[in-house]
Design a protein around this ligand. Structure first.
Ligand code: IPM
Ligand code: MG
Length: 348
């Protein structure tokens, strides 16, 4: 019997609850389709800071590298907010992305028919629905550029730099074009080429690539306009490709208009089959341990893992269908149009 080794980073807050649900679903679907799992729990995030003093112990990276894939709950929480940058729980996530060279982050955002009532957009827009995937570059740009503090003429300064090489842009571009080709054949590149040199190179490379994909309808959009268009007319987006920083911001925006951030899965991929799969929501420390967390985003992340890393498309489809059936039964999250304030810090 085929057996997959999965590194499981429970992380902090609701992380342990939602990853438990994910493992349960994987076990169940494995039983049905004739494969098994060995889950190796990995200490990373705030809990690792508490236990061993660093967010990402060496052996955590090692266990992930030895696995067929990684399932991650969420990391972070107010408890660790005052630590210096290099010791924050978020460093665990950034470190794993970099160590595993997971440069392509796929974040699907789809308005499920059952959640139309929860969509905060105009009724007519919600009625039309939308189904898009954000392809976010994940191991470059401002997140990993040169940064620091120094003293300038005006006193203390801090800087973070955005740097992209042609090779980095090209490989994420190829992922996006290929994905667009497998969907509605529409790709929108989002950048800030009217201001940033890094965006101008990014756009040049995308334009070179588009010659290789004449069947994909390609266009460029400035990021400020994109932030507006997402709210005005989200159905115009099929596949979107963008940098690390812009993708971080736009994917939170896209998740909110699906009606529930608790439903959105994500996949982070590199050159090997191994991927990291995680819900896009944060650790929600305020509801941790109360059996209130919605595990659907994690369950759907497991489906993505089965499809994209483990070559088990039927089992993946089975999970997706089961989630749809649950939502159709009316087990959807509360449908108040918008909570007055975000219930918890959305932190991974
Ligand atoms: C995300 C998160 C992370 C990011 C943080 C927690 C480092 O916001 O996965 O979107 O900015 O990439
Ligand atoms: Mg984010």
């Amino acid at each position: 019997m085929k057996n997959y080794t999965i590194a499981v980073i429970e992380g902090d807050g609701i992380g342990p609850e939602i990853t438990a649900a994910g493992m349960q679903v994987l076990e169940a679907v494995g039983k049905k389709y004739g494969f098994g799992f060995t889950f190796n729990k990995v200490l990373a995030g705030g809990c690792a800071i508490d236990k061993v003093g660093v967010p990402l112990p060496e052996e955590a990276v090692h266990t992930c590298l030895e696995s067929d894939s990684v399932l991650l709950g969420a990391v972070g929480g107010p408890k660790w907010d005052t630590l210096p940058g290099h010791l924050r729980p978020e460093k665990a996530l950034l470190g794993i992305r970099k160590a595993l060279e997971l440069y392509a982050n796929l974040r699907p955002a789809r308005l499920l028919p059952e959640l139309k009532g929860a969509c905060p957009l105009r009724e007519a827009v919600a009625e039309e629905g939308f189904d898009m995937v954000i392809v976010r570059e994940l191991t470059g740009g401002m997140y990993f550029g040169e940064s620091g503090r120094r003293f300038g003429l005006g006193g203390e300064e801090a800087f973070d730099t955005e740097c992209y090489s042609v090779a980095e842009i090209e490989r994420i571009g190829v992922i996006a074009f290929e994905l667009a080709r497998s969907r509605r054949k529409n790709l929108i590149n989002i950048d800030k080429a009217n201001v940033l040199e890094s965006s101008r190179l990014w756009r040049e490379v995308m334009h070179r690539l588009k010659e290789r994909y004449p069947d994909v309808q390609y266009s460029d959009m400035l990021v400020d306009n994109a932030a507006m268009q997402l709210i005005r007319d989200p159905k115009q987006f099929d596949v979107v490709v963008t940098s690390n920083m812009f993708g971080d911001i736009l994917s939170d925006e896209a998740s909110q208009i699906t009606g529930s951030i608790g439903l959105l899965p994500s996949a982070s991929l590199g050159e090997t089959k191994r991927g990291l799969y995680e819900p896009i929501h944060g650790s929600a420390p305020d509801i941790a341990g109360q059996d209130k967390a919605n595990p659907i985003a994690t369950v759907l992340s497991c489906a993505m893992m089965l499809r994209l890393s483990l070559d088990q498309p039927e089992a993946a489809q089975d999970i997706d269908d089961a989630v749809s059936r649950v939502l159709a039964k009316g087990c959807a999250p509360p449908t108040s149009p918008l909570p007055a304030k975000r219930p918890s810090p959305a932190r991974k």
